[in-house]
Design a protein around this ligand. Structure first.
Ligand SMILES: *Cc1c(COP(=O)(O)O)cnc(C)c1O
Length: 385
C-alpha cells in the first residue's frame, strides 16, 4: 500500500481555531474589527511593543512601507534616471521587487552571497546611487540578513530599511526576535501570513512601523485614505489602497499565535534531521546549518550542477513527495528583462535559482517522513543520472 502524498508544506490549524472562525462568521461582524485589533496587539507583543498594523497581504505591507518612506517616482517623474531607486535581492518572491515598480520607483538588484543566499552586504555600497532611498533585504528561507551590518550600512548612507521578513517570523538575530527594535526602531518590518508561511491567516500580512512614522497615515494608506471624525464626517487626504485584513482571517492568526514557538522548534528539529539523514554522496549543497537564528521556513538543498531539476521533481512526485522551487532569479522574468535586466547580471542568484529545490518541511511532519524524503532523493537522483 502506498503512503499518502507528502506535500512540501501544509498549514497546522487546530479545531479550536476552526470553531473560533465559525463564531466570528455567526457574530454579524466579519470584516476588520476587534479580532484585527487583538491580532495587532498580539503581534506587537511579539515585536517588543512596537506599533504593528495588519494588512490583507505581505505585498500590501511592502507597498505601504515604501509610500510611508516617501519612495515613489522621484522629483521628475517623467525622467526615468531621476526616479527613486530601491536596492533589493534578485533571489526572492517577485512581490519584493514588484512593489518597487508599483510605487513608480526603480529596483536596483544586488547579487546574493553564495552561502547565505541573501543579498550580499559587501556589494550594496557600490550599488547605491544618488537616487537610492531604501534597501529591502529579504530573509530567504527564514535565515536572517545580518541586522548589525545592515543597519550600520543604512545609517552611514542615510537609507531607509524595509525588512522583507515574510519568511522570518519566529527567527532572530543574535537573540533578538526579527521584528523587534533593530536600528533603534528605524526600520519597517514586513510579515506575510500567506498559507505557506510559518504563521498563516490564509492570506494576510503585518507591518511593524518605525518610531518616526505616523500610524494614522499608515492606516489611511491601508484603507482608501479615509479619515473619520467623531461627528460622523470624513475626509480623504491621501490615495490609499484596499488592504485591510478581515476579522475572519485575524481569528486564524490569533489561533496560530500560541503555537509559533513550538512550530519554530519543530521546524528546527526536522531541519537537524535532514542534516543528519542526507547522504553526502548525493552531492547536494545544503543551506547553512544555522540553529540559532533561522526559523527554517524552508529546507533548500541545491541540486548538483547538471542535474535536470524538472526530472528530479517529477521523479520525487512519482514517489509521493512534493518538491517546490523558491525561486528562480527574478530578473530573468519577462517583465524584468523588458526593464533591461539581462541573463548573467547576477550569476550567483541565477545559479542558485536554477538548482534550488524546497523539500517537505512543516510542523506536522513525522520524523519518519525525513527518511521517506531521503530515500526518494537517493532513488530519484540515481534514476535520472
Ligand atoms: C510571501 C512573500 C511575500 C509576499 O507576501 P504575500 O502575503 O503573499 O503578499 C513577499 N516576500 C517574500 C520573500 C515572501 O516569501
Amino acid at each position: 500500500m502506498s503512503e499518502a502524498f507528502l506535500p512540501f508544506t501544509r498549514p497546522s490549524i487546530d479545531e479550536e481555531t476552526i470553531a473560533a472562525v465559525a463564531d466570528v462568521l455567526r457574530s454579524g461582524w466579519i470584516t476588520s474589527g476587534p479580532k484585527v485589533q487583538a491580532f495587532e496587539a498580539a503581534l506587537s507583543e511579539l515585536c517588543g511593543g512596537r506599533t504593528v498594523r495588519a494588512f490583507n497581504s505581505g505585498t500590501a505591507t511592502l507597498e505601504v512601507a515604501l509610500r510611508l518612506a516617501g519612495v515613489g517616482a522621484g522629483d521628475a517623474p517623467k525622467e526615468v534616471p531621476l526616479r527613486d531607486t530601491v536596492i533589493t535581492t534578485p533571489l526572492t518572491w517577485v512581490a519584493t521587487a514588484n512593489v518597487i515598480l508599483e510605487v513608480g520607483a526603480t529596483p536596483i538588484l544586488v547579487d546574493v552571497d553564495p552561502v547565505t543566499r541573501n543579498i550580499d552586504l559587501n556589494r550594496i555600497e557600490a550599488a547605491i546611487a544618488p537616487t537610492t532611498k531604501a534597501i529591502i533585504p529579504v530573509d530567504l528561507a527564514g535565515l536572517p540578513v545580518d541586522r548589525d551590518r545592515l543597519y550600520a550600512l543604512a545609517d552611514r548612507r542615510g537609507l531607509r530599511v524595509i525588512e522583507d521578513a515574510a519568511q522570518s517570523l519566529g527567527a532572530s538575530w543574535n537573540g533578538q526576535p526579527i521584528g523587534s527594535a533593530f536600528g533603534q526602531g528605524r526600520g519597517f518590518v514586513s510579515f506575510s501570513f500567506h498559507a505557506n508561511k510559518n504563521l498563516t491567516t490564509t492570506e494576510g500580512g503585518a507591518l511593524v512601523l518605525p518610531d518616526d512614522i505616523d500610524t494614522g497615515l499608515c492606516e489611511r494608506l491601508r484603507l482608501q485614505g479615509v479619515k473619520r471624525f467623531p461627528d460622523g464626517g470624513m475626509d480623504v487626504d491621501v490615495l490609499g489602497g484596499k488592504f485591510n485584513l478581515t476579522d475572519v482571517a485575524a481569528t486564524i492568526g490569533l489561533g496560530q499565535m500560541p503555537y509559533l514557538s513550538a512550530f519554530t522548534a519543530r521546524r528546527r528539529e526536522l531541519a537537524r534531521a535532514y542534516f543528519a539523514a542526507i547522504n553526502p554522496g548525493l552531492g547536494l549543497q545544503l543551506p547553512p546549518a544555522d540553529f540559532a537564528n533561522c526559523n527554517w521556513h524552508m529546507f533548500q538543498p541545491l541540486l548538483p550542477p547538471g542535474v535536470d531539476r524538472g526530472r528530479f521533481i517529477a521523479a520525487m512526485k512519482a514517489r509521493g513527495i512534493g518538491v517546490g522551487v523558491h525561486y528562480p532569479a527574478l530578473h530573468l522574468f519577462s517583465l524584468y528583462q523588458a526593464l533591461g535586466f539581462k541573463q548573467g547580471d547576477f550569476p550567483v542568484a541565477e545559479d542558485i535559482g536554477r538548482r534550488t529545490v524546497t523539500l517537505p518541511l512543516f510542523p506536522a511532519m513525522q520524523d519518519s517522513d525525513i527518511d521517506r524524503v531521503c530515500n526518494a532523493m537517493l532513488a530519484s537522483l540515481s534514476e535520472i543520472a
